[in-house]
Write a protein that binds this ligand. Structure first.
Ligand SMILES: Cc1ncc(COP(=O)(O)O)c(C=O)c1O
Ligand SMILES: N[C@H](C=O)CCC(=O)O
Length: 427
């Protein structure tokens, strides 16, 4: 069966042929490939073509695909059963691990996806404060909950529907969007609405309008603002958690949120999310308190085993230093290739995540990111794909490295970029 044949079959039964929009290659053109297997830094499609993968299942695969330690942990767990519907030991170890590695997480609730984590976190923020409004940032994505599909990033931005039909106006009106990296705008908004804002949710490093780090002092400024107005600061670390540093972006930038959300890496490739934070807030979650949130498969034993094995791997000495150095090798190398070809290009990187932009500007805002040349990105994407390099199929998604990416993989990627960059510019 070829990629094309599978996509034809998929399109008959799955909307757009996929189960998550960003996979569909709709904005970059062409058809997605279907992965038959993955190992280390590589994917192989059903036709046997190998790709160096910079998507990493959209973040979780920080130690590379199919890592033997994760696979063995899953195999061991599966022998004892797939789901119990009772508490299991892995949930306790997971809570102990997360709270040890991320000190702001005094208590944790496990869920099944990043979307569930963020939806639950804002319910808690609303329940705990008795307020209704939430603040989010233009181009940030927090999953597909109604409150978040307002000026959202990721596929919503890629496909031109940042505010989705189907979100009731009454709901969208409670979401106040702000420009990312603009503290003054936040101060003005809080001056007007501060007493009604339950929570401010932010990707501490934006990764869903491509990768945009916070400017110096920005997250600290938001922390001060939230404290002053009695608003809960929520760091959505679904992408950045255990990605940009062992303790997440909050450790990297030294800012303590009231609540945080996690996903991706903590599931080791299984469907997992988590939210947590200050004890007196988390104790308001059912059954300890009145704010209801539940999940049939939450804390699933196989998912906990995968996540715990992954969290063990990232605690190896030097893990994040090596990952960051490799990411730098890649982005500096790509910049040199682009400069050599006279292509307008800039990059961002934090730890093991990076962004590529076809613009001369250093990208620090949504406006910069959306002003970059997406047609040039699309041509670059296609040229790289042809040469066996898989970048995220959108100009508005961050890229990810894993500890399995070798210097040789990066050299091969730069060779492909040398052959592609000029074609991308030529159009
Ligand atoms: C920052 C962020 N928050 C939340 C989500 C939602 O997670 P999920 O796709 O697991 O629902 C994502 C990714 O999709 C994300 O990148
Ligand atoms: N940008 C999204 C999450 O990080 C991509 C994953 C998805 O929505 O399928």
């Amino acid at each position: 069966m070829t990629n094309h044949e599978l996509f034809q079959r998929a399109r008959k039964l799955l909307p757009g042929g996929v189960n998550s929009p960003v996979r569909a290659f709709k904005s970059v053109g062409g058809e997605p490939f279907f992965t038959a297997r993955a190992d280390g830094a590589y994917l192989w499609d059903v036709e046997g073509k190998r790709y160096i993968d910079y998507v990493g299942s959209w973040g979780p695969m920080i130690a590379g695909h199919n890592h033997p330690k994760v696979r063995e942990a899953v195999e061991r767990a599966v022998r004892d059963g797939l789901s119990f519907g009772t508490p299991c030991p892995g949930e306790v170890v997971m809570a102990e691990t997360i709270t040890r590695l991320v000190p702001s997480m005094e208590m944790v609730r496990m869920v099944n996806s990043g979307t569930e984590a963020t939806m639950s976190a804002i319910r808690l923020a609303r329940g705990a404060t008795g307020r209704s409004k939430i603040v989010k940032f233009e181009g940030c994505y927090h999953g597909h909950g109604d409150s978040f599909l307002v000026k959202a990033g990721s596929g919503a931005l890629t496909f031109g529907v940042p505010t989705s039909p189907g979100v009731p106006a009454a709901n969208a009106d409670l979401t106040l969007p702000l420009p990312y990296n603009d503290l003054h705008a936040a101060e003005l908004l809080f001056a007007e609405h501060g007493s009604g804002i339950a929570g401010l949710i932010i990707e501490p490093v934006a990764g869903n309008m491509n990768c945009i780090p916070p400017q110096e002092g920005y997250l600290q400024g938001l922390r001060r603002l939230c404290t002053r107005h009695g608003t809960l600061l929520i760091f959505d670390e679904v992408m950045t958690g255990f990605r940009v540093a062992l303790g997440g972006a909050q450790a990297l930038y030294g800012v303590k949120p009231d609540l945080s959300t996690f996903g991706k890496i903590i599931g080791g490739g299984m469907p997992v999310g988590a939210y947590g934070g200050r004890r007196e807030l988390m104790e308001q979650i059912a059954p300890a308190g009145p704010i209801y949130q539940a999940g049939t498969l939450s804390g699933n034993p196989v998912a906990m085993a995968a996540g715990l094995a992954m969290l063990e791997l990232v605690q190896a000495p030097g893990f994040y230093e090596t990952l960051a150095a490799r990411t730098r090798l890649l982005t500096d190398g790509l910049q040199a290739v682009a400069d050599g070809e006279g292509v307008p290009f800039s990059t961002n990187r934090v730890g093991g995540m990076f962004g590529l932009f076809f613009t001369h500007e250093k990208v620090s805002s949504y406006a910069h990111a959306t002003a970059a040349d997406t047609a040039m990105f699309n041509r670059f994407f296609q040229g790289m794909l042809e040469r066996g390099i898989f970048l995220a199929p959108s100009a508005f998604e961050a890229g990810f490295l894993s500890s399995a990416h070798s210097d040789d993989d990066i050299a091969e990627t730069l060779d492909a970029a040398r052959a592609t960059m000029r074609l991308a510019r030529a159009g």
